[in-house]
Design a protein around this ligand. Structure first.
Ligand code: AMP
Length: 217
């Protein structure tokens, strides 16, 4: 099945979790721009050095840099049958540039899924999120607590709190989302390819709703 998906929603709605489930079931890659940038920071590349401070403050990396990353990634062979964009686009400019890029690649058939969760819940979720520095597996202090020794149960890597998951930065990220990213909802609605998903359900039920949208629309 050919399927190009964009996952929208504030940080912490569960885009990464759902993207991983979609990837597993439909065999199309999750493209998380946040993960790509964090990998560059880990590698201590020039790009990593350039974006580290911005990301730590919860601000956005420039549209030009992000577009270049996405252009390279979408040209890889594993994107031939589709892809799941998680964390991109994040500005109207990125969405417009993505439209142009998808036209060049003849992949104009896209669905944007907006996962909706109220702000109080987002702050709770993000401030209790922990992540493995090595494989990216996420944990949650309440729902899915990390092992007591602080080592990832999948790969043994160290489990940490992302700098940008500290409460002041979460508030900054939400403000940036409202100003820069929320307008994308109307952008995709006007194009007729926006689908809304209630994110205040179990992970399994959110995924069931997404499967239904993929199947029926
Ligand atoms: P995420 O893991 O999606 O929450 O992204 C973490 C951080 O990476 C964001 O707060 C931004 O600083 C940066 N980032 C990720 N994707 C983008 C994007 N599409 N445009 C600009 N900055 C981004």
């Amino acid at each position: 099945m050919l399927m190009n998906l964009i996952l929208l929603g504030t940080p912490g709605v569960g885009k990464g979790t759902q993207a991983q489930l979609i990837e597993k079931k439909y065999h199309i890659p999750q493209i998380s721009t946040g993960d790509i940038l964090r990998a560059e920071i880990q590698k201590q590349s020039d790009l990593g050095a350039k974006v580290q401070a911005l990301m730590g403050r919860g601000e956005l990396v420039s549209d030009e840099v992000m577009l270049e990353i996405i252009r390279c990634r979408l040209n890889e062979p594993d994107c031939e049958n589709g892809f799941i964009l998680d964390g991109f686009p994040r500005t109207i400019q990125q969405a417009k540039s993505l439209d142009t890029l998808l036209e060049e690649l003849s992949k104009t058939d896209i669905k944007a899924l907006n996962i909706i969760v109220p702000e109080v819940e987002i702050i709770k979720r993000l401030s209790s999120r922990r992540v493995c520095v090595k494989c990216g597996k996420t944990y949650n202090l309440y729902l899915n607590a990390p092992p007591e020794d602080g080592k990832c149960q999948v790969c043994g890597g160290e489990i940490i709190q992302r700098d940008d998951d500290k409460e002041v930065t979460i508030r900054k990220r939400l403000a940036v989302y409202l100003e820069k990213t929320a307008p994308l909802i109307s952008y995709y609605r006007e194009k007729g390819n926006l689908f809304e998903v209630d994110g205040m359900q179990t992970v399994e039920n959110v995924f069931t709703d997404i499967e239904r949208i993929i199947r029926d629309s």
